[in-house]
Design a protein around this ligand. Structure first.
Ligand SMILES: Cc1cc2nc3c(=O)[nH]c(=O)nc-3n(C[C@H](O)[C@H](O)[C@H](O)COP(=O)(O)OP(=O)(O)OC[C@H]3O[C@@H](n4cnc5c(N)ncnc54)[C@H](O)[C@@H]3O)c2cc1C
Length: 614
């Protein structure tokens, strides 16, 4: 058994993991990054539209407006002090990325260019503001490349294509992780003073998703199984514009540049659902509108999709109607320059040319608002009182610091990665300076090796691909954009049946050790089933509609009873777990009660929790 010893072990090499690695190594810690993917293949590289920061380069903007939008967009489940840190640190973080060499698009004065995005407003909701900093529609790609280069320069150790499958807990503290080297199938122990999960999301629980194949939520599932409750799991964002049936994301930046959603009768239907924000209303609102249009028979060809139209003729017609400045009008060359990857996806995968034809889009499972609970220094907390689990950190999509509340605003995930990745890296470096090494227990990999042996040697009739597809369908149908008690119960029952088959009737075809994707995918299915289950079980308990959790049997937000974070824990029994759900973790309302209310002009003081978003 190979044992690697590094003070700080980071699981994941996306934006959050690389930012944490960079800052922990700059502060003098010995850092290892363990990643199942080659770092620059991480999903952060797929982020398109931009990173939000109140630079005010094109419109007047301030971090407090960004904070307010984040709280409001999160349907008031956002922890407000954390949102303030996010918005304030975003400004420095973007400028720092620029100084590291990130090639942002420029304004004519050579400042960082910014575009509109849903829910980004000035002066507490008064008017849409250009806040999303972007490098064409490849912002995440540029962030990932920039951070990776900086990590190499700082001599971070990389263990690429090592998949972490378990965490070592000694006396309630974390002493490292266990990984499988994909190229050999061997187990390795990573012994650390601190371990940091930055392992990304779990969109692969659903059948139509914008998420890459690798987004199976391994880190969150490992933490859950080792006693860390997960927070706010019922909130999973559906992005309104995925390519029909494929789920591939069409960035909100398309609507930011003027694109509009059109139904089968040629109507710009968002004018009815959100008269002021229209197509740039927050994502939960737009996704629900597309479903409602479909239900009322106005989807294109009655197939559950609508058109997203960025043709300059259409866009300029609406701009003219709205009385927009002629300088804002677009032409084919603008679209080609600002959205090159989107045009490429549509031309390649659909044979549709967006400058000539509208794009067919439908909501796609996109982003986990919930996850491993942390405080604002990325330390993992394990109860409603905020008790820290020593030696464990998390940031990025797998974590829940809770800046996104019940619904994340576009461009805030990239901000979350760099802001809380950086804070986490620094606090982890402090921790490892004073912490002692914990001795490893005897045979730390025993349990997880037994689980892998079970999967490898099982002789059942079910294949993991079939079980995964069934899980994804039931999640899409029953725990999707709209939910009721009945659909969610159906989802929970289906998941129980799939779990039983996974633990009693599975078989894999590949018994080899080298790059055994069959084996790894089967294990990942176990992780996905746990995450699907906790999503469904927290969702069925929350009897209200808030942000991305939209119940047809409880249509209103109910702050009196449900303005609280959920926590769900697992007793560690894989085949037949017992879950405990609680709703007693308070939401941090510090800002909204004091600062925001005070800072608002009198006529804006209608900002109250009961007010519905848009
Ligand atoms: C198509 C798309 C477009 C998006 N556009 C935007 C946007 O414009 N703006 C915005 O703010 N947000 C956007 N998002 C959301 C945002 O990109 C993600 O939430 C964010 O990049 C997640 O970063 P991360 O560092 O948490 O994880 P990822 O970038 O997903 O990286 C996860 C890392 O963990 C590693 N890993 C996972 N499991 C294991 C394991 N078991 N063992 C070892 N390593 C493991 C992987 O190898 C990978 O390196 C977009 C998302 C998608 C899918």
């Amino acid at each position: 058994m190979k044992v690697h010893k590094h003070e700080a072990i980071i699981v994941g090499a996306g934006g959050a993991g690389l930012m944490a690695a960079l800052y922990a190594s700059k502060a003098g810690a010995d850092v290892a990054v363990v990643s199942k993917l080659y770092p620059t293949r991480s999903h952060t590289g797929a982020a398109q539209g931009g990173i939000g920061a109140a630079l005010g380069n094109l419109d007047e903007d301030q971090p407090i407006y960004h904070t307010y939008d984040t709280v409001k967009g999160g349907d008031y489940l956002t922890d407000q002090a954390a949102a303030k840190i996010l918005a304030e640190n975003a400004v420095d973080a973007v400028i720092e990325l620029e100084h590291m060499g990130l090639p942002f698009d420029r304004t004519s004065e050579k400042r960082i260019s910014q575009r509109r995005f849903g829910g980004h407003t000035r002066n507490f909701g008064e008017e849409l503001v250009r806040r999303a900093c972007h490098a064409a529609d490849r912002t995440g790609h540029m962030i990932l490349q920039t951070l990776y280069q900086q990590c190499i320069k700082n001599e971070v150790h990389f263990f690429d294509e090592f998949q972490v499958v378990d965490m070592i807990v000694v006396d309630g503290a974390v002493a490292g992780v266990i990984a499988i080297e994909l190229g050999t199938g061997e187990f390795h122990i990573f012994h650390g003073k601190a371990s940091f999960f930055a392992s990304g999301g779990w969109g692969r629980c659903w059948s139509v998703t914008s998420n890459a194949h690798a987004l199976t939520g391994d880190g969150a599932a490992i933490a859950l199984r080792r006693g860390v409750p997960l927070e706010d799991m019922e909130f999973f964002q559906f992005h309104p514009t995925g390519i029909y049936r494929m789920g591939i994301l069409i960035t909100e930046g398309v609507r930011g540049e003027g694109g509009v959603l059109i139904n089968s009768v040629g109507e710009r239907f968002m004018e009815r659902y959100a008269p002021s924000a229209k197509d740039l209303a927050s994502r939960d609102v737009v996704s629900r509108a597309i479903y409602l249009e479909t239900r009322e028979g106005r989807s294109i060809k009655n197939r559950g999709y609508v058109h997203l139209d960025i043709r300059p003729g259409t866009v300029n017609r609406y701009f003219a109607e709205e009385g927009r400045d002629r300088n804002d009008f677009i032409d084919d060359a603008t679209v080609e320059r600002k959205l090159p990857d989107i045009l490429d996806f549509c031309r390649t995968y659909l044979g549709v040319d967006p400058v000539k034809e509208p794009m067919p889009v439908q909501p796609t499972a996109h982003y986990a608002m919930g996850g491993i609970p942390t405080n604002v220094d990325a330390e993992v907390v394990i109860d409603a009182a905020g008790t820290v689990m020593p030696g464990l950190y998390a940031a990025g999509e797998t974590a829940c610091v809770s800046v996104h509340g019940a619904n994340r605003l576009g461009t805030n995930s990239l901000v979350d990665l760099v802001v809380f990745g950086r804070r986490g890296g620094m606090s982890m470096a402090e921790f490892v300076k004073q912490a002692d090494w914990k001795a490893l227990p005897a045979n730390p990999e025993g349990e997880i090796r037994a689980e892998f042996d079970r999967i490898r040697n099982a002789t059942g009739k079910s294949r993991s691909g079939e079980l995964r597809a069934k899980m994804q369908e039931t999640m899409m149908e029953n725990i999707g954009v709209f939910r009721t008690q009945e659909t969610m119960q159906r989802g929970i029952d289906d998941l129980a049946e799939l779990r039983e088959r996974f633990y009693t009737d599975i078989q894999i075809d590949d018994k080899a050790h080298v790059f055994n994707t069959d084996l790894m995918e089967a294990w990942e299915l176990g992780a996905l089933l746990d995450l699907a289950d906790v999503t469904a079980r927290t969702a069925i308990e929350r009897e209200e509609s808030r942000g991305a959790h939209s119940r047809e049997d409880f249509k209103e937000r109910d702050d009196e009873n449900w303005l609280a974070h959920s926590l769900i824990s697992h007793d560690g029994v894989l085949a037949d777990p017992t879950y405990t759900v609680s709703f007693d973790k308070p939401v941090d309302l510090s800002l909204w009660e004091e600062e925001i209310a005070q800072g608002l002009p009198e006529d804006k003081q209608k900002f109250r929790p009961k007010a519905r978003v848009y």
